[in-house]
Design a protein around this ligand. Structure first.
Ligand code: ATP
Length: 586
């Protein structure tokens, strides 16, 4: 498929905020693909629609192209001064839109004088496959002279495509391709386009996606083999499944929600791992579904030696421990294990224990649809407990009093609190869902916000006095799932040491933008803007109605920085809907 067709779709999608219109556009697009019967680029199309170059369970090598280089390429390609480009960029806030405006203007001027010039629609465009191969080249080019080579490839690409395509090409390269359509909407479009029916069939596709979170693969299967095959999608070893998450409700409602008896488990303060064991081969997936096996060679070894099942997929929380494996250490200590170098030394400096809490698959049998007690029973059978490997502490609960007693015990042990879980017949593992079969409890006092909130940093103000030259205040945004936007929520100015502040600044400067990034809604005017990338966890006093952050309409009193959440993607942060829920619960 030509890239121009996709660019047109992106543009149409961007020009509407109505979800139903988006679904219809997508459906029509997929219907055309179906009628023409050519599916070879379908994978890439789906990833691009999701705003990525590759599936979200894989990582594409960084392009290594700075905004400065794009301005240079644009200037050389169109014969426009860099200053002019920068001026438009400040106004537009997006290099893609800037390029489109300038190139379209240039074309119009040219065609007034040059009748031989091709119009936009006559430009031949390039195949999506060719676009990918050029992008790969850009990413691979390293070392001396690489900047010139990258510039050359970029200019070559620009010369083959229209202004509209250039807009999206540049967004792809700068990792800001966000068309504003959520995965839910894409799935609705897929159902309608490929099957003609949305209401039931979208759930079938979503279910398959939860078990195999690669929308490219699922769509290709749907296109080539039809919905019946999509129904048969199963968990596959070495492909992570989307994780089940917990909701929050006031503690007095937990028992009513779950019924009795239920169970409660310690909520440990570490990193979630989904473990795929195939014989001696172990793969560890993070909360973001990325392969992080190399970070934990010691965990892999302990699994090889102490999990008796040959092939199994299970989940647990890996927690930093003191050298005698008696006390759990906070997440901050565990985060030292994120380093890519000195892994071996780190395994000694920060010993860990894996606390297992769920079973998803054993040999060829899926366990996600079985009730929790059944899953736990198997875990008890296949896990030989030792210092570095344990089952998470779990207790049967019959009343709110018992629940609270267990909560205090958990807190005294240095955990974050508890997760209460249903053990009824329908207590299945709900892949990719934040439902009410798992309810987390981190704090008790009513009124005050006792749970943390995850925000993505979108802007910062420089500090004053001792903190001159360093960011003293950040703006955190929450995610509006419906509109695929990040809405400013609160200013955060405390909770960090000078050391953390400096390292945060160093890291976030990689995402600096000259203007408010696309997809960010913020009524504040910070000194610096950042594209949404870094997620942090904050605590606060209470959620209040906000006139300042008027799009969201809520803000947080006395926010305090807790930690950076490297394990969370920007779309995994607290959502607008959750903020409203939390506000109502106060
Ligand atoms: P939080 O910000 O509260 O850590 P989250 O958004 O990462 O939450 P939640 O659904 O709110 O995810 O809480 C579930 C998380 O708690 C899991 O992802 C896991 O990392 C951690 N956890 C700790 N102990 C348990 C447990 N016993 N069962 C399930 N998850 C647990």
């Amino acid at each position: 498929m030509k890239f121009s067709i996709l660019a047109k779709l992106f543009s149409n999608l961007e020009n509407t905020s109505k979800r139903l219109e988006m679904i219809d556009m997508l459906a029509e697009f997929f219907q055309d693909i179906k009628n023409e019967d050519h599916f070879e680029d379908l994978n890439k199309i789906m990833y691009l629609l999701q705003g990525h170059l590759v599936s979200n369970i894989k990582q594409f090598k960084k392009m290594g192209v700075a905004e400065k280089m794009i301005i240079e390429a644009l200037s050389l390609h169109a014969g426009i001064g860099k200053k002019k480009i920068k001026n438009i960029l400040v106004k537009e806030g997006d290099i893609g839109a800037t390029a489109e405006i300038l190139l379209t203007k240039k074309k119009k001027q040219k065609s007034l004088f040059d009748f031989g010039e091709k119009s936009n629609s006559e430009i031949e465009s390039i195949d999506i496959a060719e676009l990918y191969s050029q992008l790969r080249k850009i990413a691979k080019t390293e070392g001396e002279g690489s900047q010139d080579s990258k510039l050359g490839i970029l200019r070559g690409l620009m010369s083959k495509i229209s202004p509209l395509e250039t807009k999206y090409l540049l967004r792809i390269i700068t990792n800001t391709l966000r068309v504003g359509v959520s995965t839910q909407t894409i799935i609705d479009g897929l159902a309608l386009g490929f099957t003609g029916e949305k209401e039931t069939n979208r759930d079938i596709i979503e279910k398959a996606y939860n078990l195999h979170p690669d929308l490219g693969d699922i769509t290709t299967l749907l296109a080539k083999k039809g919905l019946e095959e999509v129904k048969n999608v199963k968990i596959t070893y070495k492909i992570p499944i989307r994780m089940m998450l917990a909701s929050r409700v006031p503690y007095s409602e937990i028992i009513t929600r779950l019924g009795t008896p239920c169970i409660a488990e310690y909520k440990l303060d570490g990193e979630r791992l989904q473990i795929h064991k195939k014989g001696n081969n172990i793969t560890l997936f993070s909360r973001r579904l990325l392969n992080i096996t190399e970070q934990y060679p010691d965990v892999c070894q302990v699994i090889r030696q102490n999990v008796t099942a040959q092939n199994v997929i299970f989940e647990g929380e890996v927690v930093a421990m003191d050298p005698f494996y008696e006390k759990m250490r906070p997440f901050q200590v565990l985060s030292k294990r994120r380093r890519k170098y000195d892994v071996k030394e780190m395994t000694q400096e920060v010993p860990v224990c894996l606390f297992v809490f769920d079973l998803l698959m054993l040999d060829d049998i899926q366990y996600i649809n079985k009730k929790l007690p059944e899953r736990r029973k198997i875990l008890e059978k296949i896990i030989k407990e030792k210092d570095e490997l344990k089952l998470v502490k779990s207790k049967r609960i019959h009343s709110t009093d018992e629940l609270l007693e267990f909560f205090h015990e958990a807190r005294n042990e240095g955990t974050e609190g508890i997760i209460a879980k249903s053990i009824k017949e329908d207590s299945v593992y709900q892949a990719g869902n934040r439902g009410f079969l798992w309810i987390k409890l981190k704090g008790l006092e009513g009124g005050k916000l006792k749970d943390s909130i995850d925000v993505v940093l979108v802007g910062a103000f420089y500090g004053k006095g001792r903190r001159t030259g360093v960011y003293g205040t950040y703006i955190g945004a929450v995610y509006d799932k419906e509109n695929d936007q990040f809405l400013a929520f609160t200013r955060i100015a405390s909770g960090w040491t000078d050391e953390i502040m400096e390292s945060l600044m160093e890291e976030i400067n990689n995402y600096k933008q000259n203007q408010k990034p696309k997809g960010v809604i913020c009524e504040d005017k910070p000194d610096e803007w950042f594209s949404p990338a870094m997620v942090i966890e904050i605590f606060g006093d209470e959620i209040t109605i906000s006139e300042k952050f008027s799009t969201l309409g809520y803000s947080l009193r006395f926010p305090v920085f807790q930690r950076v959440r490297y394990d969370k993607g920007i779309k995994d942060i607290t959502t607008k809907a959750e903020i409203i829920q939390l506000y109502n619960a106060q």
